[in-house]
Ligand binder design. Structure first.
Ligand SMILES: [Zn+2]
Ligand SMILES: [Zn+2]
Length: 154
């Protein structure tokens, strides 16, 4: 058995190609395109709402999915290990292993990429776009890509 387990979770984008992010400081949701978010020219991602650089922008949904996938994987591995023991101990053994029923799987729901009511706006400072709350367009928002506060965003 391999000691290493590789899992990848892709964060789905919405119909416009934006992925959902969540600031761990203020809990605000916003969206950006993977092209902008993973661009080498973008060193940090700033929360458009509070202007801070969050350590993680992974939403609870993604986190939950990752945990469920791990749980399922580990349960399956334990089950398979017991199945093996059961198979090998069938003949003349004092100790009997029973694997029992296959483990119940946690739901691996596709991540909701739709947080409604976020509007696309262009940050003139970086000429990049993000989806933010309409309210932020009026009050001003920090550019997710350079942290400069923009007012009257289109
Ligand atoms: Zn924030
Ligand atoms: Zn900018």
């Amino acid at each position: 058995m391999d000691d290493e387990i590789h899992m990848s979770i892709s964060i789905p984008t919405d119909d416009d190609g934006y992925a959902l992010l969540k600031c761990e400081y203020c809990g605000s949701f916003f969206k950006g395109t993977p092209a902008d978010l993973q661009d080498d020219g973008v060193l940090n991602i700033f929360c458009p709402s509070c202007g801070l650089i969050s350590d993680s922008y992974v939403t609870d949904d993604v986190l939950e999915l990752a945990i469920n996938m791990t749980t399922n994987l580990v349960n399956d591995m334990i089950y398979d290990a017991f199945k093996d023991l059961e198979r090998h101990n069938r003949k003349n053994s004092i100790i009997k292993f029973k694997a029992g029923k296959k483990p119940h799987h946690e739901a691996e729901d596709p991540i909701r990429s739709g947080i409604e009511a976020l509007e696309i706006c262009t940050f003139p400072c970086c000429k990049r776009t993000a989806k933010i709350k309409p309210l932020l367009k009026m009050t001003g928002a920090y550019c997710p890509f350079c942290g400069v506060k923009n007012y009257e965003i289109e």
